[in-house]
Design a protein around this ligand. Sequence first.
Ligand code: ASP
Length: 290
Amino acid sequence: VSAPVIAIHAGAGAVGGTATREEARSRAALLEALGAGRAALESGEDAVAAVAAAVEVMEDFELFNAGRGAVLCADGTVELSAAVMRSGDRAAGAVASVQRARHPVRAAEAVMHSPQVLMVGPAADRAADLAGLEVVTPEYFITDHQRRRLAAPVTGAEHATVGAVCRDAEGLLAAATSTGGIRAQPPGRVGDCPLIGAGTWADDRVAVSCTGDGEAFIRSGVARYIAALVEAGVGLGQACERALGLVEAAGGEGGLIAVGADGQRAMPFISEVMPRGVWRAGGEAEVWVR
Ligand code: ASP
């Protein structure tokens, strides 16, 4: 048993993207998310509760691409996805293309507590409602900022998907990721984030949350690949680098955060920036917007 650690990201992106233009607000949101994860851990809750709490804060922050303020599909609608997974029993839950669950990460957590792993569309929203979670109208998620961005010519990749990984005091590992996908995606398109083993993974060796060009991450099986490399004895940092090498070879860019069973963490990215942060018990929270 050693010190709990939680790391978060707010998406791989480019210099000049929303996070770097709104640096102070983004930094404050990252600190608040880490604070929520920390509070969960300090009150004795487990790694799953900590990653869900951190992601929930980032879903509420309208400048990140998750929950309210997420990017819009080509037709101006919003489709949200999220996943949660933990070590031990490798329980996992995910939702894709939801439009009503206010916190998609909580909907994913509810699925984790059901016999299913992945639920999609209106049925996933209904399940969230039945589980007693807060539901809203789809308009709740749509901000003027994203309406303007959809209308503007598409410039450089900017993802701003959010995620968290944690190792708690008992050694439980957990990962969570939440996203609105990629701006102007066709309705029905699903990226890597809600796909267990692609954008999100946790087992007894490592917890991983990814962000970037979803198709390249899916085709590279990134999160599970990192776990397999670590299982084979490759160091965490090198395992992450090799996985991102596959993404690059597939023509994609992005980044990820990972925490190992020993509490070691890695936060590599091959995009220009990846807002991120980490808190380890006994220390101060650290965040970076670039
Ligand atoms: N990976 C996400 C997707 O493809 C996008 C992102 O990371 O922002 O849906």
